[in-house]
Design a protein around this ligand. Structure first.
Ligand SMILES: Cc1ncc(COP(=O)(O)O)c(C=O)c1O
Length: 391
């Protein structure tokens, strides 16, 4: 057992020495809570595997022979999802996987559905793959939670959509879709012959209250064509090392994916593959401790907001370390992230980056220490106060 208190250890001063996007995009006076990086020390088995590779000069091209088996064991244990390791392709990252998979699964100009608001690179990746985007907005309930619009999806599928890029669990709204919902999607996909690309990068971070359902397990039951995009990069903070996996849901999809250019595999980071193999095979105890820490943080954020900025509405996410905050009552306009940065020196993701439905929202990354989380909310409260004084 690893004590979740270790995730409160990194200090602001130490974190500020990092050279990653999170810690360098803004000046040193800004507290970053935007991009999905974790403020954690590396899990010990991963650090050991990387140090060992460097000590041996093992820094050539990737040939991740052990990774598919390691992921298949992880998926069986965590998600009761049986995978044949031969159905797995290794790719440099999830979004490269989306683009390369679309290039072989559909034709340029074909219609591809997404559920807005959604992770911003979904928009640009569909452009890169030269497909036509069809938005099927999520449905927002009065309590601030979101779900898929099954009727909207059926209408889109009936209207000629050829592929569907699902975000499961969903970034930014934090929904871990229920099995019954995903079964209904699989049924529709089978009936309209739509191939589903399920981005499951946040799957290890679905909280115990809402366990992750691997879409492929639904697709298999209904005979839908599907693939999953998975990675250790979010849960173990390895995004810069460049390694992700595509898991084909059936033999037909696997055959199509085998026609992706061979170079795609060799563009994967060798250290990323080493780190991902260590994460999936030896990183379970660390992941469990992290999940406890994040679970505590997602509730702590409710406390902090109700104490300091009660006009923000926040539905606690079912997965991810991302909080989708409704700031529309604050009177900070469509892009409150601008006021938070200008007047509070805290960097949040602008809701509009995720689509027009994000106007008045921000996304806050609570994958940090409790002390940093207090600092983030305190700075947001300063910005709200400044706006009150100015108006
Ligand atoms: C839903 C989702 N997909 C993909 C990515 C990016 O993954 P990668 O860096 O492997 O392309 C992220 C990063 O935050 C994400 O939230």
């Amino acid at each position: 057992m690893i004590d979740p208190e270790i995730f409160d250890r990194p200090t602001h001063a130490e974190l500020a020495t990092r050279r990653s996007t999170k810690w360098t995009l803004f000046g040193p006076d800004v507290v970053p809570a935007f991009v999905a990086e974790l403020d954690v020390d590396l899990a010990e088995p991963i650090a050991r595997a990387l140090h060992d590779a460097i000590a041996r000069g093992d820094t050539g091209y990737a040939n991740p022979v052990d990774l598919p088996g390691a992921y298949a064991r992880f998926a069986r244990e965590r998600f009761a999802w049986e995978i044949d390791p031969r159905a797995i392709s290794v790719v440099p990252d999830v979004m490269v996987g989306v683009v390369e998979a679309l290039r072989v699964l559909v034709q340029p100009g074909d219609a591809v559905a997404i559920n807005t608001p959604v992770y911003a690179p979904f928009y640009t990746s569909l452009e890169e793959a030269r497909v036509r985007r069809v938005d099927v907005p999520l449905v927002r309930r009065d309590d601030g939670t979101y779900d898929l619009d099954l009727e909207g999806l059926e209408a889109a599928f009936a209207g000629g959509v050829r592929a569907y890029l699902l975000c499961n669990p969903h970034n930014p709204v934090g929904r871990a879709f229920a099995r019954a919902t995903l079964d209904a999607v699989a049924d529709l996909a089978a009936r309209y012959d739509v191939v589903v690309l399920s981005d499951e990068i946040h799957a290890p971070l679905a909280y115990a209250s809402n366990p992750h359902t691997a879409f492929a397990t639904c697709a298999q039951r209904y005979g839908a064509r599907a693939l999953a995009l998975v990675s250790a990069s979010k849960a173990w903070n390895l995004a810069g090392l460049k390694c992700a996996l595509i898991v084909a849901g059936d033999a037909g999809v696997a055959r199509t994916l085998a026609t992706m250019p061979k170079e795609v595999r060799f563009r994967t980071g060798h250290l990323g593959a080493i780190a991902a193999t260590a994460a999936f095979s030896e990183g379970g105890a660390w992941l469990d401790a992290l999940r406890k820490h994040l679970d505590r943080n997602r509730h702590y954020l409710t406390e902090l907001l109700s104490e300091h900025i009660p006009n923000i509405s926040y539905a606690i996410p079912e997965a991810t370390y991302l909080a989708w905050l409704d700031c529309r009552e604050l009177g900070l306009g469509d892009r409150p992230a601008t006021a938070f940065l200008r007047d509070g020196r805290v960097a949040l993701s602008a809701g509009t980056d995720f689509g027009a439905a994000g106007a008045g929202f921000v996304r806050l990354n609570f994958g940090t220490t409790r002390a940093m989380l207090r600092e983030i909310v305190a700075r947001m409260a300063c910005a709200v106060q400044a706006a009150g004084i100015a108006s």
